[in-house]
Design a protein around this ligand. Sequence first.
Ligand code: NDP
Length: 490
Amino acid sequence: MGTLTFDSFDPATGAVVGSHPNQGSDAVHEAVGRADEAAAWWAGLGHEERRRRLLDYKAVVTQHLRELATLVHQETGKPVGDATLEIVLAITHIDWAARNARKVLGRRRVGTGMIGLNLAATLEYLPLGVVAVIGPWNYPVFTPMGSIAYALAAGNAVVFKPSELTPGVGVRLAELFAESVPEHPVFQAVTGLGETGAALAGDPRVRKVAFTGSTATAKRVMAACAENLTPIVAECGGKDAFIVDADADVARAADACLWGAMSNAGQTCVGVERVYVVDAVYESFMRELSGRVAKVRAGEDYGPITMPGQVDIIKRHIDDAAKSGKVIAGGPASVRAPYVDPVIVEDVPEDSPAVREETFGPTITVRRTRDAHEALQLANASAYGLGGTVFSKNARRAMELARMMRSGMTAINSVISFAGVPALPFGGVGDSGFGRIHGADGLREFARPKAISRQRFAMPGMNLTSFARGPAELDRLIRLVTFLHGRRKR
Ligand code: NDP
């Protein structure tokens, strides 16, 4: 591996925030080895003790909220207030995962049915062992914690590779865990560049990889995982649509749309990128949107573009959209690295990069549609399918549209609200990835079902799994199954 250390930078000033070891494959494999031993100990603690330790960790993170928020601010450039919000959400997820792990994963009896009348059946979800979490930089606490907290609550050890842009935050999250769990390295961070993540994903002792990042890198990670048949949960961003129906509160919709699109400089996997507004409210919505966007400032309301290379992608999308569509706010001159001012362009062709590819910047395209049905069709015509929004005062209609939206999550009359509900699973379809973090599904994602059937007594005259079985037993079985299942429902 190349250099021994690498630096993280404040994207607003370019100042060095911290220096971290660039850990090569040997160091990564050692960490996984330690995690493997720690995993056995952690699994052996049982649900109650893990719950106690995780709730303690939650308190430690809460006590360090200001310090962590400052670090997130330094490494990502986002305002301290936004960093605080992200950490608060992460805290609620640690809490939910800790409190619900036993209920969701613990041993329970399940029904055996008539044919299994003489059996007792139990189901429980056991830890996998070592879980590798490969994290992003845009929400360096909230996003990885959606995997880390759930994997830990499910009884696994975690080795976390934070993005090379936000290593300090990742290291601190693991350090703080050791305050609640000092005995074994149940949660470790390894730092480095892409190769460090590749070494982690390729370690055969890793039982599951939780990846967040681009679709292209997810494919590479998945290819590395294929070697060992290591399963993966992949959260790869999106191109989320925002639908404004004819009866929407347009002022609220415009306010929410703007925040969903521009906050965190648009560097949000479930950020608003495409807006579809039905004809009846188009003019009034655009008036509200234009009025509000004029007051939003890069460098004040949101920070710089965290990843320098992203500026070129954002610029390419804006330049192209400005040529083919009508600019409502900002334009090519809005890109003044590391900042990008808000950009709104309408009537951009649906096959343009700004409509098809993830921009990850403070930009939106807006299109007028005949009705909500057309809006939904356009919203669904994307390779991505992560989140989305519907604004409508008619709750039934909004539910209908939300259910038909091809995405993992949809918010109604609010943006991104699902992310703050720990019980709701989070994840996408198509190019947005697969698998789920958060909620009961997020706990089960990091566990393996263990099914046990126990014979309580021998069923007289019904020993079906024996070479001693005779025609009389089969006859009884056929009569029983005909009684149970033989009646048609027409
Ligand atoms: P990547 O997908 O390249 O990186 C995501 C994570 O994977 C980082 O921790 C990265 O480490 C790590 N990584 C990179 N290469 C490998 C590899 N071969 N094996 C294992 N791990 C690897 O995303 P970027 O940060 O470069 O951002 C690129 C684009 O991804 C953005 O423009 C945005 O569109 C999208 N994105 C989506 C996010 C989301 O929330 N879904 C979050 C971040 C980005 P390192 O940082 O050290 O390279």
